[in-house]
Design a binder for this molecule. Structure first.
Ligand code: PMP
Length: 387
């Protein structure tokens, strides 16, 4: 429990929940994009047509039909797998817990990006790992820095990456770096945890193949999720990995919670059989692209030039870098929230090793167009006065 402390940003996010405040903080998807009517219909059918099965216990790795459907979608993304390589999870978040439970003993090294997903650190922490972080730039994790880290720490066990539209930075790892990462993972016998819940939310450029599609040694575990493409309240995600690793993770899943909700799995299977999820995802992409364009356009026009920001080609976040010495947490507490009624997530907690105060994660996913413009203009005005 010494490693399970309330996160410092919870308080700040609570401030952001005040309805008067324009919050760029939460990483929630836009609820107006949930396919409510279709989900209503498939939930009805899950009861009326398949009620006895939908309400019964099922296979702990997930219903065979849903695992097949997931495997098929993964095949289309270049990942060679079948239903036996799939474990249905209580959201991708459960995969972070189960993988660290499987792999990490106290003091083992987990290599992460710098910054990395805070929810992953929260999941890993109870297993008492030691973190070593690797520098990033606009092409993702830097491979020369990873190589240096591995030379110095060849006993490292697990490498965690969010290669597509990373939370928090919005950055995507280039193809060349993905190939190099796999070479290094093979050389140093690493398990690679590829966490990619935003992968399908690409709004410009060509998809870069998943690390899992380049894995010839069964060392990559891919985590996907229905949270950002359907709805997070379903709590459904999945892992794809070698048969051996899926069996082990399946045993841990059985011990943790027996299985995911049969009803939810049944409803999502019916949804995938009945509706065109790709058309639905295309509409989400369009909506986020429009919001991203508006936010970046406004940032470019209004912010002081000394503030850098990433240009995401998908997902929900841009990452701000303020001048050295600027404390984004203090600025939010003292200026942005009380004076401007605007919130974001200060960047420091996303660094597993050396926290840097001069960053912020800004999400465009849930704000209206007017909210985006007003919030960014207000922040810009306060920032100009402060910097
Ligand atoms: N990984 C990343 C990078 C995320 O941003 C999130 C959600 N914020 C998750 C995993 C977990 O999502 P879920 O459990 O809803 O699938």
């Amino acid at each position: 429990m010494n490693y399970v402390k309330p996160s410092a940003i919870r308080e700040l996010l609570r401030l952001g929940a005040d309805p008067e405040i324009i919050s760029f903080g939460g990483g929630y998807p836009d609820a107006s994009l949930f396919p409510l009517e279709q989900l209503n219909e498939v939930y009805q059918r899950a009861i009326t047509e398949k009620g006895r099965d939908s309400l019964q216990y099922t296979v702990s790795n997930g219903t065979p039909r849903l695992r097949e459907q997931i495997a098929r979608r993964m095949n289309l993304d270049g990942i060679d797998c079948n239903a036996d390589n799939v474990l249905v999870l209580q959201g991708g978040q459960q995969g972070l817990d189960l993988v660290s439970k499987m792999v990490v003993d106290r003091g083992d090294i987990i290599i992460t990006e710098s910054p990395t997903f805070l929810g992953a650190l929260i999941a890993f922490n109870p297993y008492e790992p030691r973190y070593i972080d690797v520098e990033m730039d606009d092409d993702g994790m830097k491979m020369d820095d990873l190589e240096r880290v591995l030379e110095q720490n060849p006993e490292a066990k697990l490498l965690y990456t969010v290669p597509d539209f990373q939370n928090p930075s919005g950055v995507t790892m280039s193809l060349e770096r993905r190939k190099r990462l796999i070479e290094l993972a093979n050389e140093y016998d690493l398990i690679v945890l590829e966490d990619s819940p935003y992968r399908e939310l690409r709004f410009s450029g060509e998809p870069v193949p998943p690390l899992k599609s380049m894995d010839t040694e069964g060392r990559v575990i891919f985590l996907g999720s229905f949270s950002k493409i359907l709805a997070p309240g379903l709590r459904l995600g999945w892992a794809v990995a070698s048969h051996e690793l899926i069996q082990q993770l399946g045993l841990l899943k059985l011990a943790a919670d027996t299985q995911c909700s049969t009803l939810n799995m049944s409803a999502v299977s019916l949804y995938l059989d009945t509706y065109d999820i790709d058309a639905h995802i295309a509409s989400i992409r369009t909506a986020y692209r429009t919001k991203k364009d508006l936010m970046l356009e406004t940032i470019r026009r209004e912010f002081p030039a000394s503030i850098r920001f990433t240009e995401p080609s998908g997902g929900m976040f841009t990452w701000l870098t303020f001048p050295e010495g600027f404390d984004a947490g203090a600025f939010m507490r003292q200026k942005a929230v009380p004076e401007g009624k605007v919130a974001y997530v200060p960047g420091a907690p996303f660094f597993p090793v050396n926290q840097r105060a001069n960053h912020a994660r800004v999400s465009y996913s849930t704000q209206s167009d007017a909210g985006i413009v007003k919030g960014i203009e207000t922040l810009a005005r306060l920032l100009k006065a402060a910097i």
